[in-house]
Design a protein around this ligand. Sequence first.
Ligand code: ATP
Length: 328
Amino acid sequence: MITIQSLRKSFGTTQILKGIDLDIAEGEFITLLGESGSGKSTLLRILSGLERADSGVLSCNGTVLDEAAKRTFVPTQARRFGFVFQDHALWPHMTIDENIAFPLRSDGWRKADMATRVQEVLAQVQMSAHAGKYPRQLSGGQRQRVGIARALALSPRVILLDEPLASLDSNLRDDLGHEIRKLARQFGLTCINVTHDRREAQILSDRIAVMVDGQIQQVGAPLKVFTRPSTVGIARFVNAGNIVPRDFLGNTPWTDDWLLLPRNALQIAPDRGEVTARVQDVVFIDGRFEVKVEVQGQDLTFFSETRPVDTGQVELNILRDNVVPLSA
Ligand SMILES: Nc1ncnc2c1ncn2[C@@H]1O[C@H](COP(=O)(O)OP(=O)(O)OP(=O)(O)O)[C@@H](O)[C@H]1O
């Protein structure tokens, strides 16, 4: 549905997007995940039409939206995308229904149709009871629901989201994340989200595109990106486990300089194991023990169902099937 080919963008002499290629399917929820400064917001701004690419092609359903070489540029309003921002961006002096009617009014809707549509989208996000209130009278989660309703009002084909869960506390974030996903599925929306938050990316996305320094380094389902990161940078950013030099494992079938030992790749041996580790710390977290150890000068962390001794030595096996080679 959306095709991005060799997209480049510089500000002054600094190249921010260094050739982005990405295909997004209809009805897909994709997240651009990356550290601050990796260029994800710039890419979202180009998608929205708030910024123009220097070169490359952006198209939607075969229609070119931005192609500098042919001087083609479709402005924001004509793209008919919906937007959901982290700070909700609601007008404080307007009631909830007025806020949602705003894009409809700008689009020239008749008053009666507008009222019907506002009711419809408010019902879709379960906010009908709050139509007459002002944004300040709502909680953060409720305001974000209104933000989503407003984005849905004009029945857009594509919704662009900028860290939609960022300003919410953690339980609410997960709940609203699941709701956003449900709505996206229900309406077959194509959603493009931008965030640096790994959890948000995992909850919302069908696929994650990891951006590093103006390039997409890996695209895949959350499971793939988080358990089989392709580079040292991604493994570190998604906190996938222990990154060790290849020779730490002795002879290996891999040629890459670095290996990922996920936290499930180390297991306490019943008697004598492959390596002897010195236990540094044990904490119980999220239903299992997180054990920090030192092996041959290397700090490692692994998960264990059983509590090992708090200090002293422990024998470990390394499950080589779980080891992932990493490019630099
Ligand atoms: N209009 C602009 N003029 C000059 N530099 C800009 C402009 N917009 C962004 N940049 C620079 O481009 C780089 C990438 O910014 P961008 O906002 O795309 O990154 P990001 O990954 O979204 O980061 P964040 O999560 O902090 O928003 C940054 O170094 C930023 O300072």
